[in-house]
Design a protein around this ligand. Structure first.
Ligand SMILES: O=C(CO)COP(=O)(O)O
Length: 254
């Protein structure tokens, strides 16, 4: 834990789930145990949001996986922050690498969406991360700088932002970053925030890691100074694994 906030674990269910599997998962999550000082968030598909909001235990907060860049209106197929707030949601994940690559979301667009969501009263899990090619060609820090600047150039208040570092080569590959690799980049992001935004923001912002986090590797990653939590994909669909990950920091502290 390098930040002053609570340990933060978010489960990104991505484009997964049926009515049946979501209801089973919610039931299992409702009987999972984790410390009260861990912020635990689940992010189902838009379709499953109302069910999850109505049925999940209040120890969990619910997040969307994306939202529109402006206000509600004539934007076919889009879901605006107003819709999410109306449902009682506070959180939204923005800039996930799957959207950056598959839907060509630019750093500027992700920054605009972040600014819009914050201005409308939401909290944002803002994702950044490099591809293997970028890492191996020495471009990693340039790429991260561009992604961070896309956000920092457009927002003044970071209080409701969590930064998720998700190296693209570790997402869904089973190839997790080593604790030292994660720590190196998290420390870089923390310093970037101190230098380019404010030392106060650097100390208060949670920087979480995502990419093949599971019940076996989470405690060691959580032991790293600047790892303030996780953004979990595949393992968040298994209630028992997710619960272990939510307890990773307590294991470190024990
Ligand atoms: O992209 C991720 C979370 O947003 C990580 O996914 P996996 O945990 O499945 O690698």
């Amino acid at each position: 834990m390098g930040s002053s906030g609570n340990f933060f674990v978010a489960g990104n269910w991505k484009s997964n789930g049926t009515k049946e599997s979501v209801s089973k998962l919610v039931k299992e999550l409702n009987s999972s145990k984790f410390p009260s000082d861990v912020d635990v968030i689940v992010a189902p598909t838009f379709v499953h949001l109302p069910y999850v909001v109505d049925n999940i235990d209040s120890r969990y907060q619910v997040s969307a996986q994306n939202c529109w860049v402006g206000k509600a209106g004539a934007y076919t197929g889009e879901v605006a922050p107003e819709h999410l707030l109306d449902l009682g949601l506070q959180w939204v994940i923005l800039g996930h690498s799957e959207r950056r690559s598959l839907l060509k979301e630019s750093n500027e667009f992700v920054g605009d969406k972040t600014a819009n969501a914050l201005a409308q009263g939401m909290k944002v899990i803002a994702c950044i991360g490099e591809t293997l090619e970028q890492r191996e060609s020495g471009q990693m820090y340039n790429v991260l700088d561009g992604q961070l600047s896309g956000i920092a150039d457009r927002i003044a208040d970071w209080e409701n932002v969590v930064v998720a570092y998700e190296p693209v080569w570790a997402i869904g590959t089973g190839k997790v970053a080593t604790p030292d690799q994660a720590q190196e980049v998290h420390a870089y992001i923390r310093k970037w925030l101190a230098d380019k935004v404010l030392p106060k923001v650097s100390g208060a912002t949670r920087i979480i890691y995502g990419g093949s986090v599971n019940d076996k590797n989470s405690a060691e990653l959580a032991g790293k100074e600047d790892v303030d939590g996780f953004l979990v994909g595949g393992a968040s669909l298994q209630a028992a694994s997710f619960a272990t990950i939510c307890n990773a920091n307590a294991k470190v502290a024990a």
